[in-house]
Ligand binder design. Structure first.
Ligand SMILES: [Zn+2]
Length: 370
């Protein structure tokens, strides 16, 4: 009896081990689980191998093969390396994303949601006035001071309007802490040696901003000081009116742009876009990306928006914030916050329109927050 049991136990163990080794095939999409902060991608299949990058829970990786020694050989963003298989599970459409707490007890980032999560929680907006290789701020010049005041006005109107939209769906809303005149700890200056303007959201520019934020902005302290859950970093450049560049944000593109453990969500704001002076709707548009909203005037790799829906909106309802913000009024936001925008920032359930046009799931449905 005992012998029989032992045999079956051995058989079972063999099956289990076999199953673990054979569970994945090359190209499988897996997700990081069983950790609260991150798992380490290493350069070899050993705990002593050097670290390549940290991967937060909820992120997905591609299985490339069995690394041996309890490790899987995987690809994460543009890096390949080894992760302990105990921290990997088969990818399913819905994955739960835990909030990662800072020592102060405040959420600092969530793997798939960046530094701005639910729009109804309180949000800090940091201002970074930045020079780069071609542009410069000089506040002894009246024009530059006026532009900074104009930015402040646009930001104030955008924050009030976003709060109003969130309250339509979610009565209890923490609002925004944004005024750097009132809160000098929200104001920074930066100098970037490269051209930050002309490639409209290029990977290098985004990473330079990430680097600046990591080194200079005390994010955890600010979140604690203002009792906030979200933080957005607005970077202002003094760019001339040139149709070759416009404002952009890292927002929902973070997963592609910056595969780091903690990634700041930033908006780059220039005074003009598409040949027009920037208005509050442009600010609201860029900031809404941080909360999970997608562009509706175009689609691109990784976007859940279909070309059919882009075409439909252009013909029938071009007045959506995420579609057409450049033509809003200079003093108030005259574009619309649609049910689609509300859905993608987690304020409402999936509207029938999303199914009708074959739109992909929102970040909050794919990766729910706890
Ligand atoms: Zn956009």
């Amino acid at each position: 009896m005992l012998y029989k049991r032992l045999i079956s136990l051995i058989l079972m163990l063999a099956l289990l081990c076999g199953a673990a080794a054979l569970a994945y095939t090359e190209g499988d999409r897996l997700v990081v689980v069983n950790c609260s902060d991150y798992v380490t991608l290493r350069t070899g299949p050993s705990k002593n191998a050097s670290r390549s990058i940290r991967i937060p829970p909820g992120r997905d990786v591609t299985y490339l093969g069995d690394g041996g020694n309890g490790f899987a050989y995987v690809q994460y963003a543009d890096r390949k390396g080894y992760v302990l298989t105990d921290y990997l599970a088969p990818y399913t459409e819905i994955q739960h994303t835990p909030r990662t707490q800072s020592p102060s007890g405040h959420a600092v980032y969530c793997g798939n949601h960046g530094t701005a999560k639910y729009i109804w929680d309180r949000t800090i907006v940091v201002a970074i006035y930045a020079d780069d290789s071609t542009t410069h701020w000089d506040f002894s010049r009246e024009a530059d001071t006026r532009q900074r005041l104009r930015n402040r006005f646009n930001l104030g109107v955008a924050c009030a309007w976003l709060t109003e939209q969130a309250r339509r769906y979610h009565g209890d809303c923490g609002g925004f802490v944004w005024d750097w005149y009132e809160h000098s700890d929200l104001y920074y200056t930066a100098t970037f040696s490269q051209d930050m303007i002309h490639n409209n959201g290029g990977r290098d520019a985004a990473q330079a901003i990430v680097g600046f934020v990591h080194e200079n902005v005390p994010t955890k302290e600010l979140l604690q000081r203002y009792d906030a859950e979200n933080i957005i970093y607005n970077v202002y450049f003094n760019a001339p009116n040139d149709s070759s560049f416009r404002s952009w944000s890292t927002g929902v593109l973070n997963r592609e742009i910056n595969a780091e453990q903690y990634y700041p969500e930033a908006c780059v704001l220039v005074p003009y876009g598409r040949g027009r002076e920037n208005n509050p709707a442009v600010f609201a548009h860029e900031m809404l990306h941080a909360f999970g909203a997608y562009d509706l005037y175009e689609t691109y790799e990784g976007s859940p928006i279909t070309q059919a829906y882009v075409d439909y909106l252009m013909r029938n309802n071009p007045n959506d914030l995420m579609n057409h913000c450049y033509f809003s009024d200079l003093d108030i936001v005259t574009v619309e916050f649609s049910a689609i925008d509300a859905y993608y920032v987690g304020l409402t359930g999936r509207p029938a329109e999303a199914d009708k046009w074959g739109l992909g799931l929102s970040m909050f449905e794919r990766y729910p927050l706890n």
